[in-house]
Design a binder for this molecule. Structure first.
Ligand SMILES: Cc1cc2nc3c(=O)[nH]c(=O)nc-3n(C[C@H](O)[C@H](O)[C@H](O)COP(=O)(O)OP(=O)(O)OC[C@H]3O[C@@H](n4cnc5c(N)ncnc54)[C@H](O)[C@@H]3O)c2cc1C
Length: 252
């Protein structure tokens, strides 16, 4: 079933991304990290696209982080929404980025590029994430700092959500096309054994540590190759693995 939800809040992070909240008639049943179909009603037909739910399932609103594409059938219109507008949201969700699909482990690495950040915003708000794993790091890589959506929230997340995180959350960002404290693709940081040092985690141990990946096709592909090279198996909705992968979008 498709619900009509009302937009209650909008944040334009940059010329490339924005996020928005809606009311929530959506049933209280999605798993944190899943995606659903959302869209707009137009004269001709509904335009619906897959979107990760960025809010957690214990929150009384729904939140989404969106790209802005001038020529995108949906996002050319969606980027112009205003508070009070209606969004269509399918009341079923799915996806592989769910902590239940990971084998038990020590530290959890959530690795994202671009709007691939969205499912992890949901997962880091889930108390179970911190019951299952000792330490949790969320990495976000984008071309320049204007695209670091949720920068302040994530920088202050441990402080603001300490009842849930117990101070075990770390946020780490890198830029690929502008000067910054941390430069370069996170794939290199992982492969060159630099990430764990920068965030003061134990050295990555394939037997103990677990990973979730959400980004562009190239980013996902490179990490899948690396993880299989170090002997990790990919999990899915029916079999637990040491890592999980979801596309942040489909390249046509
Ligand atoms: C599992 C899944 C989850 C998704 N979650 C999100 C999400 O949380 N937020 C979000 O903005 N999009 C997400 N997408 C992409 C989304 O479904 C749409 O493609 C996007 O909203 C653009 O829609 P459009 O109709 O404007 O353009 P489309 O015709 O859908 O896309 C046009 C082209 O733009 C590029 N593109 C599409 N989406 C993105 C993106 N997010 N970042 C960079 N380039 C992109 C691709 O090359 C694509 O072929 C997800 C896709 C999948 C498969």
């Amino acid at each position: 079933m498709i619900n009509r939800e009302v937009v209650t809040d909008i944040v334009h992070w940059s010329e490339r991304t924005f996020s928005f909240r809606t009311t929530r008639n959506y049933p209280n049943k999605f798993n944190n990290g899943e995606f659903t179909m959302i869209g707009l009603e137009t004269d001709k037909k509904n335009i619906m696209r897959a979107y990760s739910i960025a809010s957690a399932n214990h929150e009384n609103f729904l939140e989404f982080l969106s790209i802005k594409l001038d020529k995108g059938p949906l996002t050319s219109k969606l980027q112009k929404i205003k508070i009070g507008d209606e969004i269509l949201i399918q009341d079923k969700s799915t996806g592989t980025l769910v902590i239940d699909y990971l084998k038990p482990g020590r530290n959890l690495y959530l690795l994202s590029t671009g709007t691939g950040l969205a499912p992890f915003i949901s997962i880091i708000k889930d108390p179970l994430t911190y019951e299952r794993f000792n330490k949790v790091v969320l990495t976000h890589t984008v071309p320049d700092s204007s695209q670091l959506a949720y920068l302040e929230e994530l920088t202050l997340f441990n402080k603001r959500w300490d009842i849930i995180t117990n101070n075990n959350f770390t946020y780490f960002n890198t830029l690929t096309r502008a000067p910054w404290d941390n430069i370069g693709r996170i794939t290199q940081w992982v492969k060159e054994d630099r990430l764990h040092k920068a965030i003061k985690f134990e050295p990555i141990n394939p037997q103990l540590d677990r990973f979730m990946v959400c980004g562009s096709l190239d980013f996902n592909k490179e990490l899948i190759e690396y993880f299989s090279h170090i002997g990790l198996s990919e999990g899915n909705t029916s079999t637990q693995g040491e890592y999980l992968v979801e596309k942040a979008f489909v390249e046509k």
